[in-house]
Design a protein around this ligand. Sequence first.
Ligand SMILES: Nc1ncnc2c1ncn2[C@@H]1O[C@H](COP(=O)(O)OP(=O)(O)OP(=O)(O)O)[C@@H](O)[C@H]1O
Ligand SMILES: [Mg+2]
Length: 327
Amino acid sequence: MPGAIYAEGLVKTFGAVRALDGVDLDVPEGTVLGLLGPNGAGKTTAVRVLTTLLRPDSGSAVVAGIDVLKHPNEVRRSIGLSGQFAAVDEYLTGRENLQMVGQLYQMSARDAKTRAVELLERFNLSDAADRPAKTYSGGMRRRLDLAAALVVSPPVMFMDEPTTGLDPRNRQQLWSIIQELVAGGTTLLLTTQYLEEADQLAHDICVIDHGKVIARGTSDQLKARTGGERVEVVVHERDQVATATGVLSGFGKGELSVDDHTRRITVPVTGGAKLLAEVIRELDARGIEIDDIGLRRPTLDDVFISLTGHAAESRAEENAQPEEAGK
Ligand SMILES: Nc1ncnc2c1ncn2[C@@H]1O[C@H](COP(=O)(O)OP(=O)(O)OP(=O)(O)O)[C@@H](O)[C@H]1O
Ligand SMILES: [Mg+2]
């Protein structure tokens, strides 16, 4: 049985750009799908198609059991959407914005009022409730937009970069709100640039690039696919980063990643603690002072880099996809 969000062969072009190039999705009811991808990958386009805001050139989609192309109005009644750019009425207060949404969904004035108070509280907006939204900061607008998406509790929700621009406390709070929603049976498709967020919230992850799904699985499956451990070194002096990079590349079993700003070098290795000791000895022999060194499992960031970044070349070798090379 198809999931609460189901799509097959979605294609959407804008002139020469294939924003969606045959995307298939299947999100089981009551689960969270994390849609990841670099800027311009097609995430927002996918959300817009699935929420009936954009018609695909081809393909089909069923959301909450309803055909998106045949019955867009019914789909709209069954979903909640929080877009990448907050859509709030600037001239209404926070409270009025939420009450208005409630009334659009045919709530009684009284219920809409009560719901607005609850949500203002949950999203830390009570103090600003009676100020026009145009006086809100970016993070406050985003929270108001998210609150608006939750006025009614639709069975299927879409959130496009919900925590972009939120401070750590508000991000954490939104995560627990999302976890509660999902525990209550809501199905959620979430796009994010924060891989930690996908790691925390998503049951399944789908990585897209150039409008195509390039990997999918649980966070653990994707990490296992990326394979191996990493040695991570933080060099004390910036002008020793290059020498240290040279040393590490001698031990590495894959692409190095070097962050000059934080003086952090990461390299995939095999050999565990014994190898780590060798690395330390070698760095010491070269007189390179280190602030931090350790062995760690791949993170979702490593997965992402290896899928969409430099390591695209090695993927191209493996999968014989020369068109991906040199991007
Ligand atoms: N209305 C439009 N007209 C023309 N091109 C568009 C339009 N909407 C999206 N695109 C193009 O389609 C591609 C996918 O865009 P999309 O907004 O879906 O990316 P995204 O993955 O959401 O990126 P971001 O992480 O920056 O939000 C991009 O190349 C973008 O320029
Ligand atoms: Mg986007």
